[in-house]
Design a protein around this ligand. Structure first.
Ligand SMILES: [Mn+2]
Length: 423
């Protein structure tokens, strides 16, 4: 894939129109002087499992040309990064992405300008060579031998992550119960914390452990790490390297996610994000495709909360996408998600926080809404494009992806029926 030469022509064709829009927004809106540099620093990790078409429990429709192995997954993320210069990290799922040659994988990623973000363990399905089953849970299991197997798996994931240069482990548990009476909630919680303590003990000093919560599915009566309160109480028991991870799709309908984010940040226990969007449940749709205002409100709290603590927006939290579905080209979908995240972040940077504080203290509810919505309704696409341009990316990554016929090339190279994930 020769993005380089074509990218120059692509940008040259669009440059004057871009400059017109960029000049206009700078004349209309007070743009903070460091906004473009903050945008340029902001990288979003791409999950290895989103590079192929996702399935549902009713089936999966291959889009063709999906990566068949870890090397091809890295090539795909490298391609996204070449287009938008904002996808400079990949998040792996073990054992789906296990490698026997981490040095070679690390070197390949470096060639594409990619780092390894959080590594993810998997105790929500059984692997072919696995001795004991996770059918009734992993870290919560009533049988100590199953818990030990699951702890050992997480420790192996940390070890693989160390070799790749990752600095964090994400633990998401499907543990829970499907029917009332099946589980002693208190004992399940205690066993889970004990297991997590063993994993935490294997964490290097400069690593973080992210504990993701989820309201329901695949268990439908209870989930042992079911909400932010449960995750928060557990990570507090583990120590300062343990944090809660917020996946936007893992809440009950209409939950006020921005408030959750604000309070976790205030408590110093927000570790990072899995971006996606949803209409009903854990739909894993493209970020910003259903509720862009919610995404903006979340970023509004993130910017406010990080600034209150003097945190580095780009580095101090983990920014990851966790989405995959059945109908779009996965790479086009990821380009859309990254852009939506950048736009919400940009809009949050435009909020007039001094005026908002004045309005709040005067109980001027109308003004508060106006201030937020003025930022949200600003067309910030030329700001995001300017950051991309300065980084050497494409002014319109999606258009370039299509003009280059990348999907057809991938189908030629890899075949029409390939599969990227272990699901
Ligand atoms: Mn997730």
């Amino acid at each position: 894939m020769f993005v380089g030469e074509k990218l120059h022509d692509h940008n040259a064709l669009r440059l004057s129109a871009h400059e017109r829009r960029y000049t206009f927004i700078n004349s209309e809106v007070a743009i903070p002087s460091d906004l473009i540099s903050k945008l340029k620093d902001f990288q979003i990790a791409i999950p290895s499992w989103a590079l192929g078409t996702g399935g549902t429990r009713f089936g999966r429709f291959s889009g063709g040309g999906e990566p068949r192995n870890l090397e091809e997954k890295i090539a795909d993320v490298g391609l996204l990064h070449a287009l938008n210069q904002t996808s400079g990290a990949i998040s792996l799922h073990i054992p789906w992405d296990s490698t026997t040659n981490p040095a070679a994988i690390k070197a390949l990623a470096a060639q594409h300008g990619l780092a390894f973000d959080a590594v993810n363990s998997n105790t929500f399905q059984d692997q072919a060579n696995q001795a004991l089953s996770y059918k009734f849970g992993s870290l919560q299991h009533v049988d100590a031998a199953v818990r030990k197997q699951a702890v050992q798996h997480n420790i192996e994931v940390i070890q693989q992550g160390i070799e790749l240069g990752s600095k964090s482990l994400t633990v998401w548990l499907s543990d829970g119960s499907c029917f009332p009476g099946q589980l002693n909630f208190r004992k399940a919680y205690e066993r889970t914390v004990e297991s997590l303590k063993e994993i935490y003990a294997a964490l290097p000093g400069d690593w973080k452990l992210f504990l993701e919560y989820k309201a329901y599915e695949p268990n439908f009566y209870s989930t042992t790490v079911g909400d932010w309160g449960q995750s928060y109480s557990m990570v507090n028991k583990l120590g300062e390297k343990a944090y809660t991870l917020v996946d936007l799709g893992h809440h009950l309908p209409n939950a006020n996610i921005e408030q959750i984010v604000s309070l976790l940040l205030m408590e110093g226990k927000l570790g990072g994000f899995h971006f996606n969007d949803s209409k009903y449940g854990d739909d894993d749709l493209t970020a910003g495709s259903i509720k862009p205002y919610q995404l903006f409100l979340i970023f509004n709290e993130l910017v406010d909360g990080m600034d209150a603590k003097g945190m580095n927006h780009a580095k101090d939290l983990g920014w990851m996408i966790d989405a995959s579905h059945n109908v779009k080209d996965p790479l086009e979908d990821l380009l859309q998600s990254v852009e939506a995240i950048q736009m919400a972040y940009t809009q949050a940077l435009l909020v007039d926080r001094a005026a908002l504080e004045v309005a709040r203290n005067a109980n001027d509810v109308v003004a508060c809404q106006e201030i937020l919505q003025t930022a949200f309704r600003t067309d910030v696409r030329s700001l995001v494009a300017q950051a991309r341009l300065e980084l050497g990316g494409a002014l319109d990554p999606l258009a370039l992806f299509r003009d280059l016929g990348i999907r057809n090339q991938l189908i030629q190279e890899r075949g029409a029926k390939t599969q990227a994930t272990g699901l």
